[in-house]
Design a protein around this ligand. Structure first.
Ligand SMILES: O=C(O)C1=C[C@@H](OP(=O)(O)O)[C@@H](O)[C@H](O)C1
Ligand SMILES: C=C(OP(=O)(O)O)C(=O)O
Length: 446
């Protein structure tokens, strides 16, 4: 088969001629948008999402819900339709929940949120729902969701690998109850079961049995968003047992939600300020959030920057020096590629720990970062659960991206400081940030 021209296309990563000084409006959060879509689809009344992210992952989620009978109207709104609701302008999606139905086909692409959050929804549909996706989606762990749903009463046909492709034979309802899940390979197993649980006959009690649990902030995001639509959730943090979450059955409210900017997608722009000794402002940075990207304020400060959270947003300033860091990224794994890129440009070595599960993300991120940074002259080694990065003088070359949006943005960060870096398939950023090339060149004043 001839290679796909967009996948082999090379994008010359812009080199920064000086300190960047820009305001970057970062589009909405993938994780919030896809949770909000699921919760709105399960609600007992219509709801609104304002400033949703429009990207491959969120359009796949919307398309899948539509395939199961949910109506999602895309409008440009000028104000809230709900008295006392937020007054916002921009794009809005109105979600009209209906009886979920099959037969339907769901394309998950390579979206972890779609492949994990929707099988529990499909158990509530009246008919079979077929799940398929990109070749990589067949390799990403799904067994935790499939096994748990079977134990909660679902009928699922897979090829016995506990992975995609598969068919969920929705029976219009699911018993629910108590279930053990080893979510050490993905926090999304827990989030998936909790999100649909208010609609299970007995709700759910999820007991995580694995030795580690990544991405806890993303589970907190699930719990917060469930509570915001009226669900009753007991968590380890609200006085419950460690590693146990309980959701009581009940109707969900249709809400009017404005989606926060995606703080993990703000990362390359903050990194640009850090590595060029410049300044980047990200408007609407939330004062309180469950997004893991909020940890960048602390991590990039330790690496040499400083930040101020104002009413307008986050002002992040680089000092001209970039330091290495020794950090456990288990809670914020999706930040690893961008931190590795900055660490490769630092004045001292770094150790990134707690992220073994990244081997099963969009690509094997530990192997990909090691190979691509080393091919530019770097010195990165993989450890059992992360990376050692010893900064070296880097040179130009092709930075391969393995259809991983965060590999593409990591390569762009390196390209700011190293002339002649070419990013393969920058279009892969469309997974969560289709406007990346334009936002990046706009930031650089090009
Ligand atoms: O629930 C979510 O929205 C996410 C959870 C995390 O997944 P893992 O726990 O599989 O790392 C994160 O890496 C992913 O980008 C988004
Ligand atoms: C791991 C990621 O995505 P997914 O939701 O596909 O797991 C990510 O965006 O870094």
């Amino acid at each position: 088969m001839a290679p796909n021209p967009t996948h082999t296309a090379l994008w010359p990563a812009p080199h920064a001629s000086g300190a960047v000084d820009a305001t970057v409006h970062v589009p909405g959060s993938k994780s919030v948008t896809n949770r909000a879509l699921v919760l709105a689809a399960l609600a007992s009344e219509p709801g609104w999402l304002r400033r949703p992210l429009r990207s491959r992952d969120t359009l796949l989620m919307a398309g899948a819900l539509r395939a199961m009978g949910v109506e999602i109207e895309e409008t440009v709104s000028s104000s809230s339709s709900v008295a006392g609701g937020p007054q916002t302008t921009g794009e809005a999606w109105r979600v009209l929940p209906t009886g979920l139905r099959g037969p339907a086909t769901v394309d998950v692409g390579n979206a972890g949120t779609v492949m994990r959050f929707l099988p529990p929804v499909a158990t509530l549909a009246d008919g079979p729902v077929r799940f398929d996706g990109d070749p990589r989606s067949y390799e990403r762990p799904l067994n935790g969701v499939i096994d748990a749903l079977r134990r909660l009463g679902a009928r699922i046909d897979d090829d016995d690998r506990g992975a995609l492709p598969m068919t969920v034979h929705g029976g219009g309802a699911l018993d629910g109850g108590t279930v053990e899940v080893d979510a050490s390979s993905s926090s999304q197993f827990v989030s998936a079961l909790l999100l649909s649980a208010p609609r299970f006959n007995q709700g759910v009690e999820v007991r995580h049995t694995g030795a580690t649990l990544p991405s806890l902030p993303h589970i907190r995001m699930t719990v917060d968003m469930l509570r915001a639509v009226g669900a009753q959730v007991d968590t380890p943090e609200s006085g419950g047992e460690p590693n146990v979450w309980r959701v009581t059955p009940g109707a969900l409210l249709g809400r009017d939600l404005t989606v926060e900017p995606d703080l993990s997608n703000a990362q390359p722009f903050l990194a640009a300020a850090l590595v060029t000794g410049g300044r980047v402002v990200v408007p609407d940075w939330p004062a309180r959030t469950t997004q893991p990207g909020d940890r960048l304020r602390e991590i990039f400060t330790e690496m040499g920057g400083s930040c101020e959270l104002t009413e307008y947003g986050l002002v992040f300033t680089g000092s001209g020096s970039v330091h290495g860091i020794d950090v456990d990224l288990g809670e914020v794994g999706e930040l690893t590629p961008g931190i590795a890129a900055v660490a490769a440009l630092a004045d001292s070595p770094s150790t990134l720990r707690g992220v073994a599960h990244l081997r099963l993300h969009e690509t094997d991120r530990l192997a990909a970062l090691t190979k691509e940074i080393n091919e530019l002259g770097g010195d990165v080694t993989e450890t059992a659960d992360g990376l050692h990065i010893r900064p070296r003088r880097l040179h130009g070359g092709v930075f391969h991206t393995y259809e991983d949006h965060r590999m593409a943005t990591a390569g762009a960060i390196i390209g700011l400081a190293v002339e002649g870096v070419q990013i393969e398939n920058v279009a892969t950023t469309a997974k969560t940030l289709p406007d990346f090339p334009e936002l990046w060149t706009g930031m650089l004043g090009a």
